[in-house]
Design a protein around this ligand. Structure first.
Ligand SMILES: Cc1ncc(COP(=O)(O)O)c(C=O)c1O
Length: 440
């Protein structure tokens, strides 16, 4: 047993701090599909960390690339300066994005990516002489990070209520989860494409299309419990945006880098957004990094609107394109390519789906939904104690089964690294089934 860890000084993010510190769960090392705890137990990672370690933990090629870069170029600014790996990393990223999206703005995480994309949308319309387009439309139950822009277009009341007034220019579509018609759907839910009509029929009618700059959606809503778009829904959103000159932003912080078995959800669904926000899997989470990948003509509009020697977009971060992150991105993309991990995820998806749906009929399971290597298992809540039932599963998984899962409310969300094997899928769902059978 190692020395007890003093947990007093760290204020933990999105954590019930007092509950955690009563009985801390500490991870001290990781490799492949497994974490190791401070008491020496192996934990099967059912969530790729936080939906981000897609190539598995401590991949040697990524580790080596970061180590070498740290010894060679610790830091270089991207403000009026450059370093070759930042440019190489941007080019390499555009090799897997939809062809029209080939300009990259680097930031450090998904929250910064979302706020960057929203600012690009507003400034783009302004540069084209449509400064009246200031409205930003998100969805209920959307998670777009924790910046002020992200919480405004996001649809989680709990992430806003402590902070007073939010951006007045944000409005929201309803979320498309409909258990009355779609419970236990395999893959895309069959019913509900018409929910996308609300964009044109309600929000654009209410606000007038000429005031709307952008619509932002997670193609699959991850953080609030793996909510899949009904068949045909995203196509309708795209068509309405096109009809009214509104930009469509895909927040692919979770769906990017193979989670659905394609590089991005954009390719999986065959829908081209105007911007993609990405982060997490882009460096296999080994170094923080985010990006917005932008349609070239949007980028070019900025270049043409500003005088030759002017800064075209007054935005950026000290660590945009940080050398360690750039090296990690280059190495990660190489690993995804060499190990065909996106294809592997696509091949494993139907097996994962079968294993997930084998939990149907177990106590308190009221929905199972899945796509690619994402799965949500929704449980009946205990009256007056929302979240308690799923937390019990989470706790038993960690302490009794050596399994890391994620819960949100009473929904269990699974998103393992793309390297997961059939045996590990069986272990993941087998352990969960054992736990669900014990629930009272
Ligand atoms: C869809 C989506 N957007 C944005 C974010 C925020 O990313 P970060 O935590 O890196 O700021 C997340 C994080 O989970 C996310 O799932």
């Amino acid at each position: 047993m190692t020395q007890p860890i003093n947990t007093d000084h760290l204020w933990m993010p999105f954590t019930a701090n007092r509950q955690f510190k009563d009985k801390p769960r500490q991870l001290v090392s990781a490799s492949g599909m497994y974490y190791t705890t401070d008491d020496g137990r192996k934990i099967l990672d059912g969530t790729a960390g936080l939906w981000c370690v897609n190539a598995g933990h401590c991949h040697p090629k990524i580790v080596q690339a970061i180590q070498q870069q740290a010894a060679k170029l610790d830091y270089a600014p991207l403000f009026q300066m450059g370093h070759p790996d930042a440019f190489a990393a941007a080019s390499a990223l555009t090799a897997i994005t939809p062809p029209a999206l080939n300009r990259v703005f680097f930031c450090n995480d998904g929250s910064e990516g979302v706020d960057t994309a929203l600012k690009i949308a507003l400034a783009y319309h302004r540069a084209r002489g449509e400064a009246g387009r200031t409205r930003l439309i998100g969805r209920e139950r959307a998670y777009h990070g924790v910046g002020f822009g992200g919480i405004a277009v996001g649809g989680i009341a709990g992430n806003r209520k402590q902070f007073g007034a939010s951006l007045a220019t944000a409005d929201h579509l309803r979320h498309p989860l409909d258990l009355s018609r779609n419970a236990f759907s395999r893959g895309l839910p069959p019913y509900g494409a018409e929910m996308a009509d609300e964009l044109e029929q309600r929000l654009l009618t209410l606000h007038d299309p000429s005031t709307v700059a952008a619509v932002i959606v997670e193609p699959v809503q991850g953080s609030t419990g793996a909510i899949m778009p009904p068949r045909g829904y995203l196509e309708k959103i795209r068509a309405t945006c096109d009809k009214y000159g509104i930009l469509l932003i895909f927040d692919e912080v979770i769906t990017g880098f193979g989670r659905l078995g394609a590089p991005f959800a954009a390719q999986y669904f065959g829908i081209e957004p105007d911007m993609i926000v990405c982060a997490k899997g882009m460096t296999n989470a080994a170094v923080p990094m985010g990006a917005v990948v932008i349609r070239q003509d949007i980028h070019d509009t900025f270049m043409h609107a500003a005088p030759e020697n002017a800064i075209e977009f007054a935005h950026g971060y000290t660590y945009s394109g940080h050398p360690l992150a750039a090296a990690a991105l280059l190495a990660t993309l190489q690993v995804y390519r060499e190990e065909s991990l996106f294809q592997r995820a696509a091949e494993m998806a139907s097996h994962f789906e079968d294993a997930a749906h084998s939990l149907k009929g177990l106590p308190f399971v009221k929905d199972i939904r899945n796509l690619g290597l994402v799965c949500g298992i929704e449980l009946e809540s205990i009256a007056g104690k929302p979240g308690a039932r799923a937390y019990e599963v989470f706790s038993k998984a960690f302490w009794e089964k050596g399994l890391l899962i994620r819960t949100t409310g009473d929904i269990i969300a699974l998103s393992p690294p793309l390297i997961i094997s059939k045996e590990q899928i069986a272990e993941l769902f087998g352990s969960l089934a054992d736990i669900l059978k014990t629930l009272k």
